[in-house]
Design a protein. Sequence first.
Length: 291
Amino acid sequence: MIFSQKSPPHSRQRPLLRELLDAALAVAFPTDCALCAGELPSDGWLRICPACCARFEAWTGPLCTRCGLPFPSPRALDASLAECGLCLRDKPAFDRARSFGFYTGKLRQAVLLMKYAGGERLGVRLGELLASPWDSLPLVSELDSPLIIPVPLYPSRRRERGFNQADLLAAGLVRALGRHNRGKAPRVAKACLRRKRATPPQTGLRVSARRENLRGAFEVLKPQVVRGRAIVLVDDVMTTGATLSACARALKRAGAAQVMGLTLARATPQFPDLMRIERDNTVDGLGREWT
Ligand SMILES: [Zn+2]
Ligand SMILES: [Zn+2]
């Protein structure tokens, strides 16, 4: 999913087309890192140099205990055990959701590269980053084997792209968890959840409209697989959580005991300041700015 955000007046956001063009150029000239223009190692199939890969930063500040929305102000620090206004007003169907970092700066660029420049191997590498928020999902470690379900794309969209980015991220997560747990990693169930209809773009829709847009969009194909289980949904970007919530609703109706969401990046258009903090660190070696 791509969400365009209303830019605050001070923002110097680059147009999406420009970003896509840069991503396409990175495919044509894969000797340079697509993020810092530094030299790639000879096996540069990731298109991002090891230094940039190591520089993706996880959010470790206070957050909404349910949906993982970061709390940006010091005042909110005191409320770090609380849920955000969004969750209090309209409880999502998932039990918990966490993201690795913000959908901004180099992480956003990497997501675009993965989705629109055929970055399949990059997708698996980025999926490894999900092992960090995985550890912070309450209860996950106590559950005997949570089942990982990538959020499905509508079939025509998947054919167009050639892959589902959520599948790549899930594969990377499993690889990282297997490494940490000496080969024991949870199972990924792919053909279990289906997107029944192509949903109109969520861009520009308010929370309630996003939820309405996705009502009944997902169906569980194999209820026997999810019944009584804890499920961890995996996706690339979360904004309001409407997609995760719609998936969770379908899974719970089919008998899932617990549904959690893990995404690579959280888009926080409601907190332009949070976006700006990271933007200060996103001027690369050539003076180009990734926003
Ligand atoms: Zn780099
Ligand atoms: Zn929340």
